[in-house]
Write a protein that binds this ligand. Structure first.
Ligand code: F0G
Length: 536
């Protein structure tokens, strides 16, 4: 008799105990609503979709542990309980590896020993890491809670840009293995140029039946490109180096530890601060564990600890990784390179804190409710669990495998949180050109005919028509199906695979799309009006 681990299918990792009924909407009703909402995916009512793959951001299912933590939320204006619990959870997650303190349990277990609470939670003393504690967080703040990732990006870039310009009025560049749209927009809004350095192997073919065997880490940063950029533009024109884990803009592909180490080495050589966009850090760590030599027997916690030991700071959306429904943060190493470089005429942490208070509220809640803070802190302990991570990874992989088997051009191997279609290949043999926004036409038809929502992350989202030929090289032509954590099952995926395949076989009928309103708006894919042009 085989054992439970030898059956060839994984043991289930959880069971959903709340069910929401999907409404029986007709194609005609969706067609009407699409027209009334200018055919923009972001304007379509979610309640009228059957399956919503628009984003994995904040759209996941919380665990019972998180719901329990939520009830402990403290809505005090300053220094709510959750603030301390969250700072400890961030230290546990990113710095303590296999030796977490789990101070959250003091609160969840109703600890009444006041001395213990003071000594272990409320009046602690930490310095030198990503989260100063006690007096050091007051005098040298380095941990900033905000409602979501882009708020952290805004806080960071709007604070450093004036300092840079004051110091030297030159053109600045921030390289990334793949800037997310909001990251790029926040950088550009502050007068800095955003450069994508994708890995050269990103669009290479990969056999779908080898996804369980090997992974080429297509999310890596192009190291040669990075050296060339620094040499070409000068060290002083690069405020910092950014690496996104996993690389959402590059088809959700993971970044290897080897690549992270190499970027760290280059950053050190040129004395440049190195930051992560740490959205989906635990999914990235799980890829390292599965595929990179030397990490098989390491825990996710210790892999995360090692990854973060190479950086000077990070921005993060805690809405990713299926971690929580709300939350974001900016953290940097106390007295590290970033701290030194930007503490010009005063401590950079104090400057950031002032801006945080101006924009998001007291630093101990940062625009979050106390309940959200508790759910987020609890989520940091849930998201690193191996069975959950494996189940999620397998689900995304299975989705990609089923599409590939049907001949659909999907980027392989599958990334961590989403499946991406290669729309250049999808439209091969038709007269669709990149400026026709065929990916958008595809998402409109998929929603109209089958009630499935996906999103174009290509020439429309990344504004191909507004860019120079050089900048256009940094744009891929993709459509993304993002998987919210613990929301969908195999039946949703099978339905989606059948629908996507049907559209692929009818690709001649997919309309070109014109922007009917707001082509010039910033982050336009969230707000423009669109018009599909159907062949008569
Ligand atoms: N960085 C990356 C890599 C992201 O994927 C996102 C958001 C952000 C930053 C911004 O975080 O939404 O909390 O403000 N990505 C979502 C998505 C929206 O659908 O991929 P946020």
């Amino acid at each position: 008799m085989k054992s439970q681990d030898e059956l060839g299918v994984p043991v289930p990792a959880n069971k959903p105990l709340v069910v929401r009924t999907i409404k029986k909407v007709t194609k005609e009703q969706r067609e009407y609503v699409l027209e009334k909402t200018e055919y923009n995916m972001f304007s379509f009512p979610a309640d009228l979709t059957f399956v919503d793959f628009l984003s994995d951001s904040g759209s996941g299912t919380m665990t019972d542990y998180q719901w329990a933590a939520l009830f402990h939320g403290d809505e005090s204006y300053a220094r709510n309980k959750g603030y301390y619990v969250l700072l400890e959870a961030v230290r546990d997650t990113f710095e303590r590896g296999d030796n977490p303190k789990r101070s959250i349990d003091l609160i969840l277990s109703g600890e009444t020993n006041v001395k213990k609470l003071i000594d272990e939670l409320y009046i602690t003393s930490y310095e030198g890491g990503f989260v100063n504690g006690g007096i050091h967080q007051l005098t040298r703040p380095n941990a900033f809670i905000v409602p979501q990732g882009r708020c952290a990006e805004h806080l960071l870039f709007s604070t450093i840009a004036p300092l840079l310009k004051e110091n030297k009025n030159i053109t600045y560049y921030i390289p990334n293995n793949g800037h997310f749209d909001t990251t790029e927009a926040n950088i550009v809004a502050n007068g800095i140029k955003a450069i994508n350095l994708f890995s050269a192997n990103l669009m290479e073919d990969f056999p779908y039946d080898e996804m369980d065997k090997r992974n080429p880490f297509k999310g890596n940063m192009d190291l040669e490109g990075l050296e060339d950029l620094i040499q070409d533009k000068s060290v002083e024109s690069i405020p910092l180096i950014y690496v996104t884990i996993t690389n959402n803009t590059a088809a959700g592909q993971p970044v290897s530890m080897k690549n992270i180490k190499s970027v760290h080495k280059i950053a050190k050589k040129y004395n440049l601060p190195f930051f992560f966009d740490a959205c989906r850090f635990s999914e990235n760590a799980n890829f390292i564990k599965e595929f990179e030599e030397g990490y098989k027997n390491r825990s996710i916690q210790s892999i995360v600890q090692e990854m973060f030991s190479y950086v000077d700071g990070f921005t993060i959306s805690f809405k990713k990784d299926g971690l929580a429904n709300m939350g974001g943060g900016l953290f940097f190493r106390d007295k590290g390179l970033f701290h030194k470089k930007f503490s010009i005429n005063g401590d950079i942490g104090i400057r950031l804190k002032e801006r945080q208070i101006l924009t998001f509220g007291n630093d101990s809640y940062g625009g979050m409710s106390g309940r959200d803070i508790m759910a987020l802190a609890a989520g940091l302990y849930e998201v690193i669990k191996q069975p959950y991570l494996n189940e999620r990874k397998n689900q995304v992989r299975e989705f990609a495998r089923k599409l590939a088997k049907n001949g659909i051009p999907v980027i392989l191997p599958a990334g961590g949180h989403a499946v991406y279609l290669n729309m250049d290949k999808f439209f091969e043999g038709t007269d669709m050109k990149i400026e026709d926004f065929g990916g958008v036409g595809f998402t409109i038809e998929l929603l109209k005919h089958f009630g499935i929502r996906a999103v174009e992350l290509g020439p429309f989202a990344f504004e191909w028509d507004k860019k120079t030929p050089e900048q256009r090289k940094g744009i891929l032509n993709l459509v993304r199906f993002a998987m919210p954590r613990n929301v969908y099952s195999a039946s949703h995926i099978d339905y989606a695979v059948a629908a996507i395949t049907e559209l692929y076989h009818n690709k001649e009928k997919i309309p070109k799309v014109r922007i009917s309103r707001g082509a010039e708006l910033r982050l336009r894919h969230f707000q423009t009006g669109l018009q599909p042009i159907y062949k008569s």
